[in-house]
Design a protein. Structure first.
Length: 236
């Protein structure tokens, strides 16, 4: 496959996944998602989108039945990423949930998880990565609460950054290796580890749709990481 085409397709998959964490669900997004996921599964067969396709198709059918489901899906987005008091809430920031290899989200005092504070060293390094290539998250189509919080290591923003790096590779055929190296570095330093911790938490707390979304995101990012590793790029 041509390197430029591959980069463009990878950018599209990152962008599609990022949008699920960055904007409120819309009827158009819900109706388009099943087909986009099937295309992604065809492009990256190593990634498992099966459960997410099933959940997305359920939403698709519900929306065809009634637009009132939009309110339900909007509330689910709030409950998972914005309303801290709900049982499903996940603080989707690398600094909040990135843990040491020996750490676990479970504890002896019940099901309540203990999270880190924001703006730790992970956040600062992510921001430095963005600034080094001129990536400005505020230019993206974000839900306004996420934009106003302005914490750069939000999960959806890191996915959007990878889309930006892949798109830059596509636009710069003479410097594609430079952009590919930046992708490898960001996966290695941040997203590959973050997505594992995020998925672990989602499987404990999320509803079926967001569990499937986290699982598919992890599967895709892991496939990306392994693909670069197999390509001899020196990942450990």
């Amino acid at each position: 496959m041509n390197i430029g085409i591959k980069a463009e397709e990878r950018a599209a998959i990152y962008e599609m996944l990022a949008s699920c964490y960055l904007i409120l669900p819309t009827k158009d997004q819900i109706l388009r998602l099943p087909e986009l996921l099937k295309e992604a599964a065809y492009i990256i067969p190593e990634a498992d989108f099966t459960e997410l396709v099933s959940e997305a198709e359920t939403r698709y059918n519900n929306i065809l039945e009634s637009d009132e489901y939009i309110q339900l899906y909007t509330q689910e987005f709030y409950d998972h990423f914005l309303v801290t008091t709900t049982q499903h809430f996940i603080p989707a920031y690398e600094s909040a949930i990135r843990k040491e290899k020996t750490a676990s989200f479970s504890n002896k005092k019940g099901n309540k998880q203990k999270y880190n504070s924001l703006w730790r060293h992970e956040t600062q390094h992510v921001l430095a990565c963005y600034n080094s290539v001129g990536f400005n998250p505020n230019r993206l189509n974000l839900y306004h609460v996420i934009k106003e919080k302005n914490v750069p290591d939000y999960f959806g923003l890191e996915l959007a950054f990878m889309a930006y790096l892949c798109a830059s590779e596509q636009r710069s055929p003479n410097a594609w290796q430079t952009w590919r190296n930046l992708q490898i570095e960001f996966l290695t330093d941040h997203l590959y580890h973050f997505v594992n911790d995020f998925d672990e938490l989602a499987q404990m707390k999320a509803n079926p749709y967001y569990k499937a979304l986290a699982k598919a995101t992890k599967s895709f990012v892991t496939a990306e990481f392994q693909q670069q590793k197999l390509g001899g790029d020196g990942l450990e």
